[in-house]
Design a protein around this ligand. Structure first.
Ligand code: T1G
Length: 698
């Protein structure tokens, strides 16, 4: 269909006696794209023009009522009519209009309901205003009509949390007039008739006054800004709601301006990149195609990772056989799983009944033989190649034909592990992130001989566990840890050259990271990095500047971070404080190396750290370890605490542009030409004026 043409079938009207049904059918989620907007206006004008119908019911075909505006249209030139104008036409209809919502009526979808003269929902459905999650605010009347119907506190709650609210709760708040059971079209017909019969009262939202509370709004604005110092839209959202004491047309003008202000922000672009990226990572041929059925998972190792993986599988309804070499380790694993599940119950993520059922599906075992019948094995033992090869050799003899054999290694060579079996096609990497029952990232590592259906099984598991599965090829550290190893050096150099660990942490937390790199190291345990440095000492490139002297000295004192109560920070008070003895170590190392500390601004620190991350991320795309730049972005959003509003390291890189990044690298290379080298891909992009977003499309 030519651009701009209106496809007749996305909005259809049925006249049934003295009522009319207006149906939106725009799969997959009835987003209010241009055709839907035009179709709704035409339907309303035609019905009001004819004047035959005494009531109109709007309903949607498919799995859900409108799930909002079409997000793909954002950032592009807008095509009239705008959604707020469409909803004004509906509100002004002389014929009463009732909305019948099912599934997830979100954003513009819920706002469609709010502009109608009555709102009915199918039991079990949800409504929500998730615009805040994509850097926006309700921009089609939600900030004006919801306070009128359900009060300012409820409007603030819904629009600042973005949460999906059960319709039963929304009805209690006054946002929904009736909750019924039945099929959407049938309910739509019944409700239109109920309006005509006077059984379902109607009212125009624009004629309702909201109970106004200026103090509450001021508090809400301050709290929103304190909670999201890097975001513009939560504060703007409160500003819009604060206009609900104006006549509706004026309030809508304020809302529109606040909405357009947010639309122009990089945060909006970053959050929408994250929204679509999260879905695009599994929208690849490798994730589709037939996969093997997985009902029972064998987890080898009851340590932090093993018990976390087991918890994730049990929580998703799978059976788990947990294997450990010794009773003590097994008991510890089972108890950790129990604690993890208790935590989920406490956080309201799981019912106590579901927890008991999950524990009922756990089988502890002390022998690998217990894995003979499982569909999938996930090995999560100590990171030593010979240990893993020995286990996979045994699994090869024990496991049934067709069982998928996976390693949770975070950097070792999957091909070398697979070579320990006679069935390398059944082997892949499934790299979980700690805590594995919480962190949403799963790197799915494709070995040279991994069969397509085994890879598809990895993606099917990710979906089942509600993880974001990202395809990675084999290399040291796959996507995430390889890039971390590179920019980790940079944060080491920053401290060697003059910054303090605290300054580096503060600068990156202000940039948006949940936690700075030195706090993260203390949390993960400094001994892990120490082990890696010792393991790699033999094959370290002599030209590479060593950044490990300071952490080595800290570890030599037995300080491994939180787990020992001290590392870069001291952890005996309520909040961590800088460890003064680390400052002495830093001074000593600098003196030994003849380094004169220099001043770094916070922006300097962010620029160097992010440029280092972008350099290795670009190389990971260049050599195909990651399929597209967005795969790298999702790895960092879901596995490394990268600020979601910045969209990921390569989306962020596009806000700088390849030319600027190349210029920075060349500037930094004056001090260290070995570390700072321009990858060919970046030089080419700078020359051609292309972006990582372009690479995502290709
Ligand atoms: N626009 C465009 N595409 C959308 C979309 C949307 N609003 N919602 C979903 N999709 C696509 C999605 O990319 C995927 O595509 C497919 O639909 C299925 O989605 C003026 C400004 C509805 C709960 O933020 O939360 O209204 O990958 O895989 O898990 O105030 O999608 O198959 O090609 O997520 O069942 C506000 C966003 C918009 C809701 C369904 N609305 N969507 O979840 O399926 S802003 C939202 C969701 C707005 C107004 C403002 C979920 C879902 P593909 P899915 P799901």
């Amino acid at each position: 269909m030519a651009d701009g043409a209106v496809s007749e079938n996305v909005v259809t009207t049925e006249i049934l006696g003295d009522v009319a049904l207006v149906c939106i059918d725009n799969p997959p989620v009835n987003a209010s794209g241009h055709a839907v907007r035009v179709g709704l206006v035409e339907a309303m004008e035609a019905l009001n023009g004819a004047g035959e119908a005494k009531a109109i019911a709007i309903w949607c075909a498919g799995r859900t009522f409108m799930a909002g505006a079409d997000i793909r249209e954002f950032g592009k030139p807008s095509k009239p009519p705008a959604l707020p104008d469409v909803f004004n036409v509906i509100e002004q209809s002389a014929i009463p209009v009732v909305a019948v919502m099912h599934g997830t009526a979100l954003g513009g979808g819920f706002e469609l309901g709010l502009c109608c003269h009555a709102r009915v929902a199918i039991a079990g459905s949800k409504v929500g205003l998730p615009e805040v999650l994509i850097g926006l605010l309700p921009g089609a009347g939600g900030t004006q009509r919801l306070p009128r119907l359900a009060g300012i506190p409820f409007a603030l709650d819904m629009s600042l949390s973005g949460r999906q609210v059960p319709v039963e709760e929304a009805a209690e708040a006054g946002a929904i007039d009736r909750v019924v059971t039945g099929e959407p079209r049938a309910v739509a017909l019944d409700m239109a008739k109920a309006v005509v019969a006077g059984d379902l009262p109607t009212r125009r939202t624009d004629q309702i006054e909201a109970a106004y509370d200026a103090d509450l709004l001021a508090e809400a604005k301050a709290a929103a800004q304190a909670k999201n110092p890097n975001l513009v839209n939560p504060g703007k959202c409160v500003d819009a709601i604060a206009a609900c004491n104006l006549p509706l047309p004026e309030g809508l003008k304020v809302e529109r301006q606040c909405f357009l202000d947010c639309m122009e922000t990089p945060q909006r672009a970053g959050l929408i990149h994250a929204f679509f990226g999260e879905r695009a990572v599994s929208n690849i041929p490798e994730a589709k195609g037939p996969s093997r059925d997985v009902q029972t998972v064998g987890v080898i190792g009851g340590g932090t990772m093993g018990s976390g993986i087991a918890t994730a599988c049990l929580s998703a309804g799978l059976n788990v056989v947990l294997v450990e070499v010794a009773q003590e380790g097994l008991d510890r694993g089972v108890s950790t799983i129990g604690k993890n599940l208790d935590g989920a119950v406490k956080r309201g993520k799981m019912s106590a009944e579901k927890k008991d059922a999950a524990l009922g599906r756990l089988t502890p075992a002390l022998e690998l033989d217990a894995l003979a019948a499982v569909d999938l094995v996930i090995e999560a033992v100590f990171e030593k190649m010979e240990v893993k090869r020995e286990i996979f050799g045994k699994l090869d003899a024990i496991c049934k034909p067709g069982a998928v054999l996976a390693s949770n290694t975070s950097y070792l060579d999957i091909n070398e592990i697979a070579a320990a079996t006679s069935r390398p096609a059944d082997v892949l990497g499934l790299h979980f992130f700690s805590p594995a029952h919480v962190m949403r990232l799963l790197e799915i590592v494709q070995g040279a001989e991994t069969a397509p259906e085994v890879l598809a099984t990895g993606f099917a598991l990710a979906k089942k566990l509600k993880k974001v599965g990202v395809l990675a090829q084999v290399c040291d550290g796959f996507i995430g840890n390889r890039i971390l190893a590179h920019y980790g050096l940079c944060s080491g150099y920053l401290v060697l050259d003059g910054a303090s660990p605290q300054q580096v942490d503060r600068a990156l937390e202000d940039f948006g990271f949940a936690m700075g790199p030195y706090k993260v190291s203390d949390l993960a345990g400094l001994d892990i990095g120490w082990e890696t440095r010792k393991r790699k000492a033999g094959d370290r490139d002599p030209a590479e500047r060593y950044a490990g002297d300071i952490p080595d000295r800290i570890c030599e004192r037995g300080w491994f971070g939180r787990k020992t109560g001290r590392g870069y920070y001291l952890y005996d008070a309520s909040a961590p404080v800088p460890n003064p003895e680390v400052a002495e170590i830093i001074d000593a190392v600098r003196a030994e190396k003849g380094l004169t500390p220099r001043a770094f601004s916070d922006q300097d620190i962010v620029d160097r750290y992010m440029t280092a991350m972008i350099v290795e991320a670009a190389r990971v795309v260049e050599d195909g370890t990651a399929k597209r730049p967005l795969d790298v972005d999702m790895v960092f959003l879901f596995g490394y605490g990268f600020p979601r509003f910045r969209g990921g390291p390569l989306h962020y890189a596009d806000t700088l542009g390849a030319a600027e990044i190349v210029a920075r690298i060349e500037r930094y290379a004056e001090d260290d030409p070995h570390y700072w080298q321009v990858p060919a891909i970046l030089r080419r992009m700078a020359a051609e004026g292309t972006s990582f977003a372009d690479l995502n499309k290709s």
